[in-house]
Design a binder for this molecule. Structure first.
Ligand SMILES: Nc1nc2c(ncn2[C@@H]2O[C@H](COP(=O)(O)O[C@H]3[C@@H](O)[C@H](n4cnc5c(=O)[nH]c(N)nc54)O[C@@H]3COP(=O)(O)O)[C@@H](O)[C@H]2O)c(=O)[nH]1
Length: 655
């Protein structure tokens, strides 16, 4: 019923003609019906007229009320329509504002609006942050110019045209887009197309910056192989490196080594100062250890306070001992833990060698670990090899190096002089300076032991300078004493040539001792040329220009290339005593010696034979036209005073 009523009411309101017909029918029925009823009820014509007037008044009043009701209802309807429209508009504006504010301020999601031709019309704050262009710079500019790398221009233009035409967004994808500074930013890029009928499409790009996510992924990947605190390779990565080093060593028939190092009081430091102080200590230790390592070494943190060093292609046990010693020296300086807390720590090092001690990474680490525990039990801050024999050898070397340093510092070394004789005249014409070291505890130590040691630990530069300084000083004193001058031959190690300062040091020593350069001769072994021939030749030329003479020592034992002999500014060629010692029994040595003499003379060099011990050897050399000799036949190397006594017994002569 109510539904029908509502339907009728709705018809009345929506179709005014329907209401008018009803009104007309009712009105006409009323006029006709009421007149008939009144005529039937009232017979008196005056009364009838009076009542017809009342009826008219009533009808007018009723229609007036109806008109009022209708108009009032319409007015109310119009008012409520206005209010609803206003509310709807407000809602729309609010919704628009809400949407825009959200889009503008969505963090880390860059939203941009483009027209189909690529012109930017919307650019939110996150776009400013991700791409570096302000809203003002971006709006009106084509997206290709803004953020699309040139190699993607065609593809992007095509995709824009396709989206504009179909109204369908292309699938989301991961891209590397361009920032204002030219760098690329990884984004996950989604798209939306807004298109109403007969209007231009609006294309929205919604980009999520993946930089942080990528960084985190990279960090996670990094942490699979590296330690978070020190950034060094972790145990697993270290093992892989060892396996690779073993594979290479197998192919090359060489050796590799693993060192394990454990900090001695790390637990106490962690417990007393806290874990962040412990981390600081680990970082400082790792930085110091890293400084001792070369590309041949892999430093790793194996966990807790344990570090590892892989040494690829080991040349000698001494090299390992030296590295271990250097690593231990890093603990001499205190580590700063912050808040004024400086601590001194120490370490124990265990070393194992492939293939001597183990054949795979696991066993090598285990062997190094066992060696390290041996050190810990024996008193810490030391190193040990897996085999006791190697440990003893390495420790001796470290001990010897320490004593040599002390001997040098305390001037406990001595220069000996071995006479050099002119074969033709039999006169003493010079002396070779040979270094001697007599240690108070270890006794006499041969230069064949301590010179290579000094070379491998870098002490040779200081040592070589000491010999040069002391022998030139002694020579000047002899000159002052009126001793007839002779030639002073000083050995220079190949390693001294590899450093730039040899020439400057030499000039300084000559000046300091007022020593005439032509009395000095430097003996260089062939091996010096193997280090850096171009540099050695250049330095030799500088030295030669000073007036100092140059001799090539131990000729025939190195790589004896004739081409370099031609390039070197040499004065003397010294035949190694290995070619002299078996004369006259060894025919081949005699042939080699005579060939060297002939060759040297062809090249205008003088020749000195070393290690002459017998009259037969001397006779042979004289016969071959050799210029000079030295050796036990005339004299062993002598201390300065004995040498001068011998010299003074000789008829003086200069070369
Ligand atoms: N860079 C430097 N090297 C040096 C210095 N002092 C010595 N050396 C080098 O050490 C090597 C060994 O030297 P040394 O034990 O002194 O032996 C020399 C002579 O003593 C020895 N010699 C001499 N005559 C004879 C002999 O008749 N018989 C024999 N068995 N030995 C003899 O030969 C060595 C000569 O050395 P060199 O002429 O230099 O080859 C040695 O290589 C020295 O060079 C130094 O201060 N700096």
């Amino acid at each position: 019923m109510t539904a029908r009523k509502n339907e009728q009411q709705g018809k009345l309101v929506q179709q005014p003609w329907f209401a008018a017909v009803i009104y007309l029918v009712l009105g006409l029925s009323w006029i006709a019906g009421s007149d008939t009823v009144l005529a039937w009820l009232i017979s008196d014509s005056t009364t009838l007229t009076q009542y017809q007037s009342y009826k008219g008044y009533f009808y007018v009043s009723l229609t007036a009320v109806l008109a009022w009701l209708l108009l009032n209802q319409k007015q109310q309807h119009a008012r409520s329509l206005n209010a609803a429209e206003k509310r709807a508009q407000q809602q729309l504006a609010l919704s628009e504002l809400r949407l825009r504010t959200l889009l503008d301020n969505t963090p880390q999601i860059a939203i941009q609006g483009y027209l189909p031709d690529g012109t930017t019309f919307y650019w939110n704050k996150a776009s400013e942050l991700i791409y570096g262009y302000s809203k003002e710079e971006a709006i009106g500019t084509n997206l290709l110019e803004l953020i699309i790398p040139s190699y993607m221009h065609d593809a992007v233009s095509e995709a824009m045209a396709q989206m504009a035409a179909t109204g369908i967004a292309i699938p989301s994808e991961e891209l590397a887009l361009r920032r204002k500074d030219g760098s690329l930013v990884p984004v996950y890029s989604g798209h939306a197309v807004v298109k109403l009928a007969d209007t231009e499409a609006q294309i929205y790009c919604i980009d999520v910056d993946l930089t942080e996510r990528k960084k985190q992924a990279a960090e996670l990947a990094f942490l699979a192989d590296f330690d978070a605190v020190t950034r060094l390779p972790n145990r697993q990565h270290f093992s892989q490196c060892i396996n690779r080093a073993i594979a290479t060593a197998k192919v090359n028939s060489s050796q590799c080594a693993v060192m394990l190092m454990d900090l001695d009081n790390f637990k106490d430091i962690n417990d007393s100062f806290g874990h962040s102080a412990g981390d600081k200590l680990l970082m400082q230790v790792s930085q110091r250890l890293q400084q001792c390592c070369t590309p041949q070494h892999t430093l790793a943190r194996l966990g807790g306070d344990e570090f590892g060093v892989l040494v690829q292609s080991v040349q000698s046990v001494d090299e390992l001992a030296e590295l271990a010693n250097m690593l231990l020296l890093q603990f001499e300086q205190p580590c700063q833990l912050g808040n004024g807390n400086d601590v001194i720590t120490a370490a124990s090092i265990g070393i194992s060698l492939y293939p001597d001690h183990a054949l795979n990474s696991e066993d090598l680490i285990r062997a190094a670990d066992a060696a390290m525990y041996k050190v810990k039990h024996a008193g810490r801050n030391h190193m040990a090899f897996y085999s006791d024999e190697l440990t003893a050898q390495a420790r001796n070397r470290v001990l010897l190096e320490g004593r040599l340093r002390t001997a040098l510092k305390q001037d406990k070394l001595e220069c000996y002089y071995q006479p050099q004789i002119d074969i033709g005249s039999g006169k003493l014409i010079g002396a070779e300076v040979l270094l001697r070291w007599h240690d108070t505890e270890l006794g006499f130590i041969s230069p064949t032991v301590f010179i290579p040691l000094a070379e491998s630990c870098g002490l040779i530069h200081e040592l070589g300078l000491w010999v040069l300084q002391h022998s030139c000083q002694q020579f000047s004193r002899w000159l002052e004493q009126g001793i007839t001058p002779f030639s002073l031959a000083v050995n220079v190690s190949a390693h001294q040539f590899s450093k730039d300062q040899l020439f400057d040091e030499l000039t300084q020593v000559l000046a300091d001792n007022a020593m005439p350069a032509h009395y000095l001769e430097l003996e260089v072994t062939e091996s010096a040329l193997m280090i850096d021939e171009a540099k050695v030749v250049a330095t030799m030329r500088q030295i030669k220009a000073l007036g100092v003479r140059l001799a090539i020592d131990d000729f025939g034992t190195g790589y004896s290339s004739l081409s370099y002999l031609k390039r070197l500014p040499l004065d003397i060629l010294k035949i190694d005593r290995r070619f002299i010692e078996h004369i006259p029994q060894a025919n081949d040595d005699m042939q080699i010696a005579s060939a060297i003499i002939a060759l040297a003379h062809t090249m205008n060099f003088k020749v000195l034979a070393e290690g002459v011990e017998t009259a037969e050897q001397l006779a042979f050399l004289r016969q071959q036209g050799c210029d000079y000799y030295q050796g036990y036949y005339f004299s062993k190397p002598l201390p300065a005073t004995e040498f001068i006594n011998l010299l003074q017994q000789q008829p003086n002569s200069l070369r």
